[in-house]
Design a protein around this ligand. Structure first.
Ligand SMILES: N=c1c2ncn([C@@H]3O[C@H](COP(=O)(O)OP(=O)(O)OP(=O)(O)O)[C@@H](O)[C@H]3O)c2ncn1[C@@H]1O[C@H](COP(=O)(O)O)[C@@H](O)[C@H]1O
Length: 105
């Protein structure tokens, strides 16, 4: 089954291609500011899709969002595994518990 790790590998490979033939290479060449802005646009498009009823549209927008996140991580040279490790670390505690632990007593 296709995974985000597979996509991370594809993005790393395509980042080396010519920007004329690869959207990934074009984004990487444009720099983090532009790539992060594109990620923000995709996040907003995903929010709008989530508020609608079109599951196919939400699927497409969520895919755009995850792809652009992987590109931003690539530009930052932050391995996806680091993000997965952080998510794994959080599995021991509920989000509500974590939020409560941040409040001053
Ligand atoms: N998953 C994706 C992927 N998702 C979205 N996109 C591209 O992201 C670009 C921006 O998407 P938008 O829908 O926002 O397009 P847009 O033209 O900005 O549209 P508007 O915002 O103007 O409406 C489009 O060119 C999409 O094709 C992707 N481009 C590449 N990939 C993956 O990366 C691989 C390598 O692609 P290249 O780097 O292009 O060879 C592909 O085989 C895929 O696996």
């Amino acid at each position: 089954m296709f995974s985000l790790s597979d996509l991370e590998r594809i993005v790393a490979e395509r980042a080396k291609a010519s920007p004329e033939e690869s959207w990934t290479a074009k984004l990487v060449a444009s720099g983090q500011e532009k790539a992060a802005k594109k990620l923000g646009e995709e996040a907003i498009e995903t929010v709008i899709a989530a508020m609608g009823q079109d599951r196919k549209n939400l699927t497409a927008e969520a895919a755009d969002l995850l792809y652009h996140l992987i590109v931003v991580l690539k530009i930052a040279e932050l391995p996806l595994q680091d993000v997965l490790n952080e998510l794994e670390r959080r599995t021991g505690q509920s989000g509500l518990q974590e939020k409560a632990s941040r409040k001053p007593s």
